[in-house]
Every structure is written in structure tokens, then in C-alpha cells.
Design a protein around this ligand. Structure first.
Ligand code: ZN
Length: 459
């Protein structure tokens, strides 16, 4: 029936549009069933088209622990001795202690609203909080996974769920601490969790489920091999070489550094995402680039935790692929992640435009394209504005003072380095407009529930 065709299909018209093959002017996109059905460039708008100034592809956020949004800013007070990732982790463990699945859904929904508002349209949720407060599985072992999936369904963000296997408290199968009881599984428990998560994810339009051994310190070599087998080509994510202590502990345990050990003992390929990979030798950096795996960089969190700087220059020179993640969600902002990634490199190399891929290249456009490509690969969904791809789009205001009279790659430079989130107008996810005038359509109600839940968690 023609009416049905009309309601399922809509058209958007953009004066500027960053297509997968590059910038185009006067672009008309038709969206059908959450997918880009057609792309016409150099055409006129039709009367019924919704018109906007500029479209860029939605960005994948390849690494998030959504519930940590609730403790943003709570770990910024100096302690008795020198603070580090490890003292931050103690605060996180205390925060986690009381959370119910409903609490997790409320915190995750807030994080996902903010992700969508800043241009992230799919999240890789590296989800390790599984069990009840006493460490026993819930009647539904995937209840907590169900909570983050419900938050994705509520807010509309695309979900690549990465249920985490956490088993040990340190290298060499050291026993876990009491505070880790809610995270723990053996492989059998993990398989049940994965099946449960898959069942919950059927409520989403385009879910991806991957696997995530938490880190080399939290799983045994045998478990790591089991996880790789369970993945069957789906995304495999692992935290690695974030901390110098972790490198020293790994050397003490195996005689090898974390990235060196992983590349020697697992078939690391393009479906793998190595999150952080901060502390690498030159040889490790080149080997990681050659493996085809994605480096999962989280510049704001890595700065907040004092982790160190990723060796981006060598990695890029060797053809390495990367994406960005908001990780601890201490501040959720796509443009700011990209900006800080570049600024960290500028400060350490005392040079400008380090992440641009060649002379005359635009740093903003190259950062955006690389993170779109790497993030999409890491999350199991190719992004970009092209026929057949998901209709995950961000429109930018070209009347924002930082964006006025920009064209082509200058739009991306000005978005990343100057305008940032204030230049975001609308966001479409799976063809639905979820952000209008920079605000998620459910922000008010999600915020209200979030504030109420937080009161109980912080009190
Ligand atoms: Zn993480």
C-alpha cells in the first residue's frame, strides 16, 4: 500500500554532506527501515524533504563502562599518598557495591543520552558488573546485561554489548578480592551469561554481541583461548597495557610485556580491539599495527587516570587502525576525545597536526575518518554515509560562530578543534531523530530518574 511506503521512508536534504567517498553538496538521503536507502548528490530538495545545513556520519564509541557515569568527578580529591588508577579503582568498587539492575539502567540511560547528544551513535559497552550484591548470579544471569540493553532501547543508541569475563585478581591466577565478587564468572557461567545477553539483545534493532576477556590479569591463558573460540569472528575486546604496574606484573609473570604476550599467544586480528595499549615498545607498536587489530583509545579517561600517552605517531606510520571510547564517562564528548588525542601528541612531540595522515591533510577530518573506520570495525558495524549503511547521522550547525563559512574538511577541523558539541544540531540513530537542537528528546525524563537513583547511591 502506498501509504505504508510513505511512512516507512523519509528523505533528508543537506547542503553539505560527508559521504563515505568524501564531501558532496546538495545531498538527498532517503532512509528506510533504519538504513540509508539512497544517496543523491548535486540535486534539489523536494518540498517534503527535511532540510539541514550539514551531515556527518555518527561516531562509534568503542569503549564504555556506562554505570561509571554516576561517579564522574567523585575521584578528584587528593589522597594521603600518590593517587593513581589503582586508588580510582577503589572508589569505583565502593560505588558499584550497592547498584541494582534498575540503577544501572538509569545511569546507563543518562550516559547514552549524552553520547547521542555529542555525536556518538553506537556504543561498545564493556560490561563487567554481572551479579547480585552477595556475588551470586541473579535468577537471570544476564539481568545486568539486560539493564544496559534496556537503556540502549530507551535512548535509541546502537549497542555492541561486550559481556566481560573476569575471573582472577592478578597475573598467574591470583585470587580475586572481595570487591570483585560481582564481576566473577568461570567459562560455564560466562557461556550462560552470553546466551542470556543474546536473548535480551533481540529487543534491539541492530545489536552486536562480542566477547571481552577483561585483561590479561583477570583471565588465564586457557580462558583467553576459550573466549577467542566463543567469539567466532565477532568482536573481541580486552583492556591491555593501560598501566605501568600492569606491564611490570606481566613481565614478572611471563617474561613478556602485555601486548607482546598477547600477540604471541592469541590469534589477534581485525575483529580484536586492544583497549588503551598505552605502554608499548616500538616493536610492540609495529606488531600491533600489522596485526590489523584496532587500538581502542580513550584520551579523556587516560588523561583523567594519569595512564600515559599512546605511541600514536609510530602506530600511524605503520598503518595502524584506531577508534575512540569514552571509557569511564567522566566527560562524554566525541569532539573532545578527538581533540585531546591530537593535543596529547602535540604536547609530547612539540609539533602540530600529528594525527593528520600526510602533508596538506586536515587533522580534524583525518581523526574523524580514522575513528569512524576503526570504531566501526571494533564494534562490528561499518559506519559512514552510504547506501546500505545504518542511518546514523549527525547534523552540524553551520551558523555556529565556530563553523560559519566553513566548507569541506574545514568543517571537521572547526568541529573538532573549535565548535565541538555546541555545533551539533540533530542526531539520527537507525533512521530515528533522537536529538533535536542538541538535546535528546528524552533528556528531561532520563535526567530526573538519574538524579533520583544517584541520590540513593551516593547517600
Ligand atoms: Zn575500560
Amino acid at each position: 500500500m502506498p501509504e505504508q511506503v510513505c511512512t516507512a521512508q523519509r528523505a533528508l536534504f543537506f547542503e553539505h554532506c560527508l559521504l563515505s567517498e568524501g564531501w558532496a553538496r546538495n545531498v538527498r538521503l532517503t532512509l528506510r527501515d533504519g538504513v540509508i536507502a539512497s544517496v543523491e548528490a548535486g540535486v534539489s530538495a523536494r518540498l517534503s524533504d527535511e532540510r539541514h545545513a550539514c551531515a556527518v556520519p555518527g561516531m562509534p564509541n568503542l569503549h564504555s563502562h556506562a554505570f561509571q557515569r554516576g561517579m564522574a568527578g567523585l575521584a578528584e580529591r587528593r589522597g594521603a599518598s600518590s593517587d593513581s588508577f589503582w586508588t580510582w579503582r577503589e572508589i569505583m568498587y565502593r560505588f558499584v557495591d550497592r547498584m541494582t539492575p534498575d540503577d544501572v539502567q538509569a545511569l546507563a540511560a543518562m550516559a547514552y543520552v549524552e553520547m547521542l547528544e555529542t555525536g556518538f551513535t553506537r556504543v561498545g559497552e564493556f560490561h563487567y558488573l554481572h551479579h547480585d550484591r552477595d556475588g551470586r548470579p541473579y535468577a537471570d544471569p544476564a539481568a545486568m546485561s539486560g539493564a544496559v540493553i534496556a537503556a540502549a532501547a530507551e535512548t535509541g543508541i546502537g549497542m555492541t554489548l561486550l559481556p566481560v569475563l573476569y575471573r582472577y585478581g592478578g597475573f598467574g591466577a591470583r585470587p580475586p578480592g572481595l570487591a570483585q565478587a560481582r564481576f566473577l564468572n568461570d567459562i560455564d557461567g560466562y557461556v550462560r551469561l552470553l546466551e542470556g545477553a543474546e536473548a535480551h539483545a533481540r529487543s534491539l534493532p541492530d545489536p552486536v554481541i562480542g566477547v571481552a576477556p577483561h585483561s590479561l590479569r583477570a583471565v588465564s591463558p586457557d580462558q583467553l583461548a576459550d573466549m577467542a573460540a566463543l567469539a567466532k569472528g565477532r568482536p573481541v575486546h580486552i583492556h591491555i597495557a593501560e598501566q605501568e604496574k600492569e606491564v611490570a606484573d606481566c613481565l614478572g609473570w611471563s617474561g613478556q610485556r602485555p601486548v607482546e604476550w598477547l600477540l604471541a599467544h592469541a590469534e589477534v586480528g581485525a575483529n580484536w580491539c586492544l583497549v588503551h595499549a598505552t605502554h608499548m615498545t616500538e616493536a610492540e607498536t609495529l606488531a600491533l599495527a600489522r596485526s590489523g587489530a584496532i587500538a581502542g583509545l580513550c584520551p579523556i579517561t587516560e588523561a583523567n587516570l594519569g595512564d600515559g600517552l599512546f605511541p600514536a605517531q609510530d602506530f600511524l606510520a605503520a598503518g595502524g587502525r584506531y577508534g575512540i571510547g569514552s571509557d569511564s564517562n567522566v566527560l562524554i564528548d566525541c569532539a573532545e576525545e578527538l581533540r585531546l588525542l591530537e593535543y596529547g601528541q602535540r604536547l609530547v612531540h612539540r609539533a602540530r597536526n600529528v594525527m593528520a595522515t600526510g602533508s596538506g591533510r586536515s587533522t580534524g577530518a583525518d581523526l574523524y575518518a580514522a575513528a569512524l573506520d576503526g570504531g566501526g570495525a571494533a564494534l562490528g558495524r561499518t559506519g559512514g554515509i552510504a547506501v546500505g549503511h545504518g542511518a546514523d547521522l549527525v547534523s552540524l550547525r553551520l551558523d555556529h560562530p565556530s563553523m560559519a563559512h566553513r566548507e569541506g574538511d574545514a568543517i571537521m577541523d572547526s568541529f573538532v578543534f573549535a565548535g565541538g558539541r555546541a555545533a551539533i544540531d540533530c542526531v539520527w540513530r537507525h533512521g530515528e531523530k533522537v536529538v533535536v537542537n542538541g538535546r535528546h528528546r528524552l533528556r528531561e525524563s532520563v535526567e530526573k530518574v538519574y538524579v533520583r537513583v544517584l541520590e540513593a547511591l551516593i547517600a
